[in-house]
Write a protein that binds this ligand. Structure first.
Ligand SMILES: [Zn+2]
Length: 229
């Protein structure tokens, strides 16, 4: 069952539950439907390394075939028409014919990335998810150095994801993403580049970023559930 089917299945399940409730004379509680903005219980404390602790926490970065095989896994977007970079770009889904989306991240972050994107979809609703461009995938694992820097990017470990980088490009200070959606990413441990340094809103990483003065995190601190490694 895809996430897009959940609404239908949920409605059917709710109907059956209401019937059962009626038949049993009100003995069963009726579960409230999934509503926009209604979130499941917050995750437990999430421990994250800072950017100097990435190898200690996630292991050394790499790019060899052997490294890729033991450190990367595929993750799925919650919609089936993910596009690369642009709204008119090529479909990415299942380019290898194995029925899995052809994009990869570190094995230790795949489940949280899938969960975060699903919850963004449930929180925003489908039209708003598409309007903000959460289906526009701009890359995850990429063994490269930081732009203009000599240290490796968090992408080299496969623990950072870029979403809709065409409309939230490098160095841009505004974003298409709503606070509610960014909050959801954070709940799953995906901290926002935009909130850390006031630009590059396409970037989310599962590590504590360097924080620039005047940024959102500088003013508000990191979310309470994020614990330093
Ligand atoms: Zn990035």
């Amino acid at each position: 069952m895809s996430i897009e089917d959940i609404g239908d299945h949920h409605d059917k399940a709710m109907w059956h539950l209401k019937e059962a409730h009626h038949l049993l004379g009100g003995l069963l509680p009726v579960v409230p439907p999934i509503g926009e903005g209604q979130l499941p219980a917050p995750p437990e404390t999430i421990t994250l390394p800072n950017e100097n602790q990435l190898s200690a926490f996630y292991g050394s970065p790499g790019k060899s075939a052997t490294w890729q095989k033991s450190n990367l896994t595929r993750f799925n977007f919650p919609v089936n028409d993910i596009r690369l970079y642009t709204r008119t770009g090529a479909h990415l889904r299942d380019t290898t014919g194995d029925d899995l989306d052809d994009h990869r991240c570190h094995v230790k972050v795949a489940a949280s990335l899938e969960a975060a994107l699903k919850e963004v979809l449930l929180t925003l609703g489908k039209p708003e998810f598409y309007r903000q461009g959460w289906h526009l995938y701009s890359g995850c694992w990429n063994y490269r150095y930081k732009r203009g820097g000599s240290s490796l990017s968090t992408h080299a470990w496969g623990i950072a994801v870029d979403i809709n980088s065409e409309e939230n490009p490098f160095h841009q200070r505004s974003t298409t993403f709503s606070d509610a959606a960014i909050d959801v990413m954070e709940r799953h441990g995906w901290l926002s580049g935009g909130r850390a340094w006031g630009k590059d809103w396409m970037h989310f990483q599962r590590a504590i970023p360097f924080i620039t003065g005047g940024s959102y995190y500088s003013t508000n601190g990191l979310p309470d559930h994020i614990e330093k490694y």
